[in-house]
Write a protein that binds this ligand. Structure first.
Ligand code: HXC
Length: 257
């Protein structure tokens, strides 16, 4: 598939999506967001792909939504455009998504990163929600996901000031999983992707589903939900494979069935 603003490739069982608009610091126009979604859906339905890595190129993961594209919008044009239905769909992808980020991770780019499941950042990466400086605010989940991750106090400080957050601060606040040397970003991200690709895919899928429910559900509802997913896994061939392999003292080979 040929895209205008992204590139995709597959390596072993990993699907890689690279934002490719470096002359604009990978700022996200609407076509680009719909291409990202299209690529994610293609990997989601591809049985050979178990894990997705989303990354940028050049100086930025992404400097946010394309300001020139949205500057002429009004409430009705935005309502009719309904651009956020793409973002909503993106959040329902069931395969693991690793964000491999470097450089500027700003605005909508930060929201895209927060839509990933795990984040690896190159040393020197900077995160920011600069929307306040444009007279607006985040619109693709920034106020919600950041607050759930870091709490109200830090979220308000960062969203109100638009200040840049270093990779270290992001790590200390649970926003990212790991910081690596810039030149090792893809290598380290692929290492993690390869570990996940060797795990039983339906377990990964139902773990993601259950963990996501922990954000919205009460503890009681979440526990009931988790239990059903636990039961469901006993209907998979991979459960039989995993437990047999343990008993037979061999390495399991998971088929995702
Ligand atoms: C459109 C952008 C852009 C953006 C950069 N560019 N960010 N174009 N939208 N978000 C363009 C610049 O205009 C410039 O084009 C080229 O990319 C290179 O950027 P420079 O500014 O020259 O680079 P630099 O000096 O290194 O500064 C980097 C930067 C700065 C600090 C990241 O570009 C910046 O502040 N960008 C805007 C960041 C921002 O406010 N993001 C939030 C957007 S609102 P030319 O043609 O001059 O070479 C948002 C809302 C999300 O994200 C809502 C949900 C989707």
């Amino acid at each position: 598939m040929v895209y205008q603003f992204i590139e995709t490739r597959m390596k072993n069982q990993v699907g890689i999506i690279e934002l490719n608009r470096p002359e604009r610091l990978n700022s996200l126009n609407r076509k680009m967001v719909s291409e990202i979604l299209e690529a994610l859906l293609a990997f989601e339905s591809n049985e050979d792909i178990r894990v997705i890595v989303l990354t940028g190129n050049g100086k930025a993961f992404s400097a946010g939504a394309d300001i020139e594209e949205m500057m002429g919008d009004n409430p009705i044009s935005l309502e009719l455009l309904d651009q956020f239905s793409d973002w909503d769909r993106l959040a329902t992808i069931k395969k693991p998504i690793i964000g491999a980020v470097k450089g500027y991770v700003f605005g909508g780019g930060f929201e895209l990163a927060l839509s990933c499941d795990l984040l690896i950042a190159a040393a020197g990466t900077e995160f920011s929600f600069p929307e306040v400086g444009l007279g607006v605010m985040p619109g693709a989940g920034g106020t919600q996901r950041l607050t759930k991750l870091v709490g109200r106090t830090k979220a308000l400080e960062w969203l109100w000031t638009g200040k840049r957050i270093s990779a270290n601060t992001a790590l200390n606040n649970g926003i990212i999983n790991k910081i690596v040397a810039s030149e090792l970003l893809m290598e380290e991200s692929m290492k993690l992707a390869t570990i996940l690709a060797s795990q039983p895919p339906i377990s990964l899928r139902l773990i993601k589903d259950s963990v996501n429910k922990a954000i919205d559900y009460s503890l009681h509802e979440g526990m009931q939900y988790e239990r059903k997913n636990f039961y469901l896994l006993f209907g998979t061939e991979d459960q039989k494979e995993g437990m047999s392999a343990f008993v037979e003292k061999r390495k399991p080979n998971y088929q995702g069935k």
